[in-house]
Design a protein around this ligand. Structure first.
Ligand code: UD1
Length: 419
């Protein structure tokens, strides 16, 4: 298993480009199952999770052609298997995104239950309830969701909790259902909007995009599309925090500052100087140590849970005391325990972390536990005294494209040790 070796202490400087968003690429690739002609998807990030989704679709019989820039052509006309096996779902929970499209287009789906993960129990009951309300006959047995439906029908569905992939699954299913589906308390994340726009470009009829109530009028069929994935706001935010922690000055290109209002506001509060254009963000710390900042995670447009670990790392070296409250996932503080091993002063109380910033962290061997937790360890390594070795970085490769290359481009001393 590969490791990352980071020598801390260098302020980041320079320019890099941001990749397409993982969390939009995954549902959009799943959505190609809905179309009766080929779809062409651009700006797909080069990530392990994307490879897993392509494996999954390939096994079902989707014909995929990938060029050297990872533009993907997907043709789902010869799909022969309507299943997502445990061996793939266990490596990527987002595999459950094929459930809605398979059921809506082919009337059948056999998808492994994702189970728990490092950040919490993460059930999919709302996906199942919604599809059942749309007329699916669903059995959960032997660890699999087995679903059948002649043709799904429209329904009015209120989701108890705001769920991103739940909203996406039901929205995709509703595009081919008979009649109108109303999804209430829908997620408003930019990636949900990107999927909705992609579906509309395939011929879907969706109103209320960007609001918490979606009206989807089912159509008889969808056709292929050309679609370019939006920039990754979490990758963007992670590099901004890296620059802020190291007292650096960086410019990120091919991104979209309008997707990061809550994060940019927090970065301003810590003392960063931020300037933005339509597709770029520049952050300059002018060599200053960040000020501590309180964080409260919630669904979009509030502060994203996927940026919580990075701000935990930032607060570990900030001036002052900060409280981080995690409201989306019950167990998302695994990184705190590793950061403590690097000298961070973090006290955990239920879903809160109270952090007293220290001037410097010390390098230590640490272990990545989930995707964003791993990112926070990389950030800590960038400012620690000495050489930090991070193990189990396959978690990072799931969601950050060429992280060591991009950080090296910004001047960091970071290297992958291959095993
Ligand atoms: C997605 C993102 C993930 C992000 C998360 C929250 C993708 C591929 N992943 O994950 O990066 O951290 O949104 O922004 O887009 N819940 C239920 N029942 C359900 C579904 C969800 O109780 O049927 C709960 C979850 O346990 C969690 C909360 O709802 O506490 C939000 O989870 P959800 O938005 O569904 O997360 P994901 O879609 O899995």
């Amino acid at each position: 298993m590969d490791k990352l070796l980071i020598t801390g202490g260098i302020p980041l400087s320079g320019e890099i480009r941001i990749s397409g968003a993982k969390n939009a690429a995954l549902p959009i690739l799943a959505a190609t199952l809905l179309a009766e002609t080929s779809s062409y998807v651009n700006n797909v990030p080069h990530l392990q999770d994307v490879t897993t989704m392509m494996n999954l679709l390939g096994r079902m019989g989707v014909e995929l052609i990938v060029d050297e820039k990872l533009n993907i052509q997907a043709d789902s006309n010869r799909v022969h298997t309507f299943a997502a096996p445990y061996e793939l779902v266990k490596t990527m929970r987002a595999s459950v995104l094929v459930l809605g499209p398979l059921l809506a287009r082919f009337g059948e789906a056999h998808v492994s239950l994702p189970g728990g993960c490092a950040i919490g129990s993460r059930p999919v009951n709302l996906h199942i309830q919604g599809l059942t309300a749309m007329g699916a006959d669903i059995q959960v047995e032997n660890g699999y969701i087995s679903a059948k439906a002649k043709r799904l029908h429209g329904a009015k569905i209120f989701m108890d909790l705001v769920t991103v992939t739940g909203t996406e699954n039901l929205m995709m299913a509703a595009t081919l259902a008979e009649g109108t589906t109303i999804l209430e308390n829908a997620a408003r994340e930019p990636e949900v909007i990107d999927l909705a726009k992609c579906l509309i470009s395939m011929g879907a009829k969706i109103e209320g995009v960007g609001s918490d109530t979606l009206h989807i009028e089912g159509v008889e069929k969808l056709s292929g599309t050309h679609y370019s994935i939006l920039p990754d706001r979490i990758e963007t935010g992670t590099y901004l925090v890296a620059a802020a922690m190291t007292g650096g000055h960086i410019k990120l290109k091919d991104t979209d500052p309008s997707l990061l209002d809550a994060v940019l506001q927090k970065l301003t509060e810590i003392g960063a100087y931020i300037t933005t254009g339509d597709s770029w963000i520049e952050l300059d710390m002018r060599g200053q140590r960040p000020q501590a900042v309180d964080i409260y995670t919630s669904p979009y447009p509030a502060f994203p849970t996927d940026m919580q670990a990075q701000f935990t790392a930032l607060n570990s070296i900030a001036d002052g005391v900060a409280t981080i409250t995690e409201t989306v996932f019950e167990n998302r503080f695994m990184h705190a325990l590793e950061l403590q091993r690097m000298g961070a002063k973090i006290r955990l109380e239920g879903n809160m972390a109270i952090i007293k910033g220290v001037p410097r962290l010390q390098a230590a061997p640490v272990m990545a536990t989930d995707l964003r937790a791993s990112a926070s360890l990389v950030l800590a390594g960038l400012v620690a005294d000495g050489d930090t070795v991070i193990e189990r970085i396959y978690h990072i490769d799931r969601g950050y494209e060429r992280i060591e290359e991009k950080l090296s481009q910004l001047g960091a001393k970071i290297r992958r040790i291959r095993y």
